[in-house]
Design a protein around this ligand. Structure first.
Ligand code: G3P
Ligand code: CA
Length: 257
């Protein structure tokens, strides 16, 4: 099967808003996701971690330090601690050009809040960050997808962690999975193995070429390289025929399609 065969032909190009429209709003916040939706990105990509008391939250790093005014590891902080943090002011300071008053005091969302806010009105690519740190995290994610009735054609789960993806595939073979690859192998063997459990690959753009895109597509694997913010790189990837572009600037990519 493929990711919703009828609606997502592999020959199309999907715009994936990396951590939301994170070029214009603080990454992995409801504000960044709402903006991505407004820009008509096809998917929002988000990263999940788990708090000390077991709640899945949306944050890229293992530590809260870079994107909030707090410090420490997510796994050592309670949900209550994390909900006190300001996840927006750092963005205004770092990117004054796109700063907005309403970003001050933006919250780190729980995954449930994201599903409550957007439901099936957008499509998600959810990345399991460091699943080795959070045993059974993948089962909790599957339970939430069920609880919020997120449809199989509205979700892709991705990870660099192959074991975790294979485990999800065993639990539910209907959920489309993407294998992220920091250093993709240029031979076909790796793609052949990935094809057994995943429907797509998310390789580091810096380490692929047109031939790699062709090979992935010859296995009927979607290919969404990360992370393309530069005009020239976006155009290059489009010319190679990738099936998706992961970007902090979904509007920039949309203009080129
Ligand atoms: O979608 C792939 C990309 O998100 C992986 O890298 O570090 O931005 O999560 P990172
Ligand atoms: Ca990610």
């Amino acid at each position: 099967y493929s990711v919703n065969k009828a609606k997502l032909p592999i020959e199309d190009t999907y715009v994936v808003a990396h951590r939301g429209a994170s070029g214009y709003a603080p990454e992995n916040t409801l504000e960044a996701f709402a903006l991505a939706k407004k820009m008509e990105a096809d998917f929002i990509e988000l990263d999940i971690q788990r708090t000390k008391d077991g709640t899945l939250i949306v944050l890229h790093d293992k530590l809260v330090d870079r994107t909030t005014n707090g410090e420490g590891k997510v796994k050592d902080l309670s949900l209550h601690d994390i909900q006190q943090l300001d996840a927006g002011s750092w963005f205004n300071e770092k990117y004054p050009k796109y700063a907005k008053k309403e970003y001050v005091g933006a919250k780190v969302p729980t995954l449930e809040q994201v599903f409550e806010t957007f439901g099936n009105s957008i499509q998600y690519i959810i990345e399991l960050k460091s699943p080795h740190l959070y045993p059974k995290m993948e089962m909790e994610l599957l339970n939430l997808l069920e609880k919020y009735q997120i449809e199989d054609d509205h979700i892709i789960i991705q990870s660099f962690d192959e074991k975790c993806l294979v485990n999800i595939h065993k639990q539910n073979a209907n959920i489309p999975l993407f294998q992220l690859l920091k250093r993709p192998n240029t031979d076909e063997q790796q793609l052949k193995l990935i094809k057994k459990y995943a429907v797509g690959v998310g390789p580091n753009f810096k380490r692929i070429n047109e031939d790699y895109v062709r090979k992935a597509k010859s296995f009927q694997l979607y290919i969404h390289p990360y992370t393309l913010n530069d005009e020239f790189e976006i155009e290059t990837a489009l010319n190679w025929g990738v099936s998706g572009i992961i970007t902090n600037y979904p509007d920039k990519v949309k203009r080129k399609l």
